[in-house]
Design a protein around this ligand. Structure first.
Ligand code: HEM
Ligand code: HEM
Length: 175
């Protein structure tokens, strides 16, 4: 047990937080602009940043389940502790599933996944338009669920910070 999350986990939390907001923002934007060069570039950026998030979530899960963790925030009733745990596990599950679904969907759609304009990654499955549509629907549902969890998470942290004033934010503070 420790009072704060380990330093590396704290740094990865904030790096990922920024990355996820970018990936979501680009994802929403690219689907709503006119087809063309900019749209293609945004798709490539979304896929590349999403794949970086996939690498980071694997590192993060390893750190999370192998390192020392602080105890649950003090004074939380058991039901609230269970909800917080569920949200945190939900984050890991969604952040693992989302990039894989995006990659699978792109492969099924027949679109190349080019990492940062440098490396074309292999297709995971053969082209299949009907399957692509299903995979993208799931990708979208998971993305909106993730947005919902982020809102819940941030509201929870703000409640601790400004109503309970229990210094919870420091447990995840980057420095
Ligand atoms: C943590 C990672 C990811 C998140 C949070 C995420 C989130 C999103 C969001 C919010 C959208 C827009 C949905 C909408 O407009 O309703 C989207 C669309 C899309 N994403 Fe991702 N994404 C991630 C990773 C990836 C990856 C790694 C790929 C591909 C390698 C990918 C491929 C796509 C594609 C092709 C679409 C458009 C689907 C469509 O036309 O409906 N995503 N994503
Ligand atoms: C994309 C956004 C975010 C994601 C995916 C995310 C994910 C997580 C996860 C999974 C944990 C549990 C620790 C772990 O297992 O790694 C956590 C803890 C934490 N997060 Fe976030 N987070 C995000 C954004 C934020 C933001 C914007 C804030 C600040 C307002 C924040 C503040 C915290 C704090 C204070 C904790 C520690 C809670 C505790 O001590 O129990 N997070 N976050």
């Amino acid at each position: 047990m420790t009072e704060r999350y380990p330093r590396l986990l704290r740094l990865v939390h904030w790096a990922m937080g920024l990355l996820i907001v970018l990936v979501i923002g680009i994802g929403l934007l690219m689907n709503r602009i006119a087809p063309g060069q900019t749209m293609n570039q945004l798709f490539d950026l979304h896929r590349s940043f999403g794949l970086i998030a996939l690498a980071l979530i694997i590192v993060r899960a390893w750190l999370r389940w192998n390192g020392p963790l602080p105890p649950p925030a003090p004074g939380m009733p058991p039901l609230q502790q269970a909800v917080v745990k569920l949200v945190h596990i939900g984050f890991y599950g969604l952040l693992l599933a989302l990039p894989i679904l995006g990659w699978l969907g792109s492969s099924a759609f027949g679109a190349p996944v080019i990492f940062l304009g440098m490396v074309t990654l292999p297709a995971l499955i053969a082209p299949n338009t009907a399957l692509a549509a299903q995979l993208f629907t799931l990708h979208e549902i998971f993305a909106y669920t993730l947005i919902g969890l982020i809102v819940l998470h941030v509201l929870g942290v703000l409640y601790h910070q400004f109503v309970l004033k229990d210094g919870l934010l420091r447990r995840m503070g980057p420095f």
